[in-house]
Design a protein around this ligand. Structure first.
Ligand code: NIG
Ligand code: FE
Length: 415
């Protein structure tokens, strides 16, 4: 099936932007009165609507856009934990009353409490919860979503989580990551290293055999895993062929330097990264994924995204949606707020949730509206792209296309 979608007041392609460092708004490619020709799930041509209309006349259907809209690539959330059961609103209340994230974790709240609730949930229940959250994101224009395990923390429950992600009934593309190395679970009687060895020697082989994930993440932090154990773990995972990710520099540094040393795909959080860490990241190809939702959830400063961009780092922005540190889940709102505080250009913020986020997921077929890429498109009712971030997340998409298929909120689930 072939169709021409348009005319859009503006099509923001996100094409031809630098892959690292600062971006100014005048670098954005904007097609005024643009059209997008889609065949099956791919974009086959993009350009001036009138010209495309003449070229394809009689050969193609037209999906007419009757009011002023700005189109851009479907958003990509490259770091989430949307597969979980239960709630941590109690932790949130304690934080508002003055306790820190690490203190609450030591008192039996934190990740452990979600592990307990997630272990009790069936794979069907977890899958339904993941589906619901993914569909909320899809409605907000997020067409590709990374989803981590990490609340099972033993072999059967980690496999259950990864199966729940695989079975989620959503049109959004879910990219699974094994985060069995989130923390050492309370009921494991052994050292950090023994736990990580068990994960590598048993779980990862099973994950690989069943094609449940090709990416491995670890939380490098006080109360989670230290740098030396993380290094050994990641080296072994790499030798098995997994792509590497690190939760790093959230409260204490160490994780980002390790990610550079091991050439991870991305290092995520970075709220405590300083000059040295930023310098190392700038010299590398590691994507620095900043998580404003975790700063908002914990009431801590944002990662130094401006400094990172000015130093030449590739910065992506993700929601980190999880029940503990980042319960909000609204990527566009969080990216807009980070942009306001960190003085990011609109181009930098939008690139961080499209093409730079695609890089963090090693996906070459999305994040940019161009010929050959999949037709994941989000459109806002606006006459200029600047309206989108200006509304700080309050302006929601009016249209979302996933692989060329238009979605309405009530039609997001697969028939
Ligand atoms: O990315 N920092 C570690 N892991 C998650 C939080 C998980 C949780 O608190 O449940 C994060 O913020
Ligand atoms: Fe996270």
């Amino acid at each position: 099936m072939q169709k021409l979608i348009g005319p859009f007041k503006q099509v923001l392609t996100m094409n031809n932007l630098p892959s690292k460092g600062a971006i100014s708004d005048d670098m954005l490619e904007i097609i005024e009165q643009g059209g997008i020709v889609v065949e099956n799930d791919k974009i086959i041509e993009i350009g001036d609507f009138q010209q495309l209309n003449e070229k394809y006349e009689g050969r193609t259907e037209i999906e007419l856009i009757e009011r002023e809209m700005v189109a851009l690539p479907g958003f990509i959330d490259c770091h989430t934990h949307i597969c979980w059961a239960g709630s941590r609103s109690g932790d949130y209340a304690k934080r508002l009353s003055g306790k820190s994230y690490l203190e609450i974790a030591k008192e039996g709240g934190g990740i452990d409490s979600t592990v307990k609730q997630t272990r009790q949930a069936s794979v069907e229940k977890l899958s339904a919860l993941t589906t619901e959250r993914a569909n909320t994101m899809l409605q907000n224009g997020v067409t590709t979503i990374e989803v981590k395990s990490g609340y099972g923390l033993n072999i059967p429950d980690e496999l259950k989580m990864l199966n729940a992600i695989k079975e989620a009934d959503t049109l959004a593309d879910l990219i699974p990551t094994c985060l069995a190395a989130h923390i050492k679970p309370k009921d494991f009687n052994g050292t950090q290293q023994e736990y990580l060895d068990l994960i590598v020697n048993e779980l990862l082989l099973e994950v690989q055999k069943n094609k449940l994930a090709s990416r491995v993440d670890i939380f490098v932090e006080e109360g989670a895993f230290d740098v030396d154990n993380a290094r050994k773990y990641l080296q072994k995972a790499k030798a098995l062929g997994f792509d590497l990710l690190v939760h790093g520099d959230q409260f204490n540094t160490g994780g980002s330097a390790l990610s550079v040393e091991l050439q991870a795909l991305s290092v995520d959080h970075l709220e405590s990264s300083k000059e040295y860490e930023i310098e190392q990241l700038a010299k590398s190809d590691v994507v620095a994924t900043v998580l404003p939702g975790a700063s908002l959830g914990l009431g801590i400063p944002f990662a130094a995204a401006r400094k990172m961009l000015d130093s030449g780092v590739c910065v992506a922005i993700a929601s980190d949606w999880n029940p503990g540190s980042a319960p909000n889940g609204d990527l566009l709102m969080q990216a807009s707020v980070l942009g306001a505080y960190e003085r990011l250009s609109m181009a930098e913020t939008l690139a961080a949730i499209t093409e730079r986020a695609a890089k963090a997921l090693k996906l070459k077929d999305r994040g940019i509206l161009k010929e050959g890429n999949i037709a994941d498109i989000v459109a806002f009712s606006a006459n200029d792209f600047s309206e989108i971030l200006y509304r700080q997340g309050a302006l929601k998409p009016v249209r979302v296309w996933k692989k060329g298929k238009p979605l309405l909120s009530s039609q997001q689930r697969r028939e």
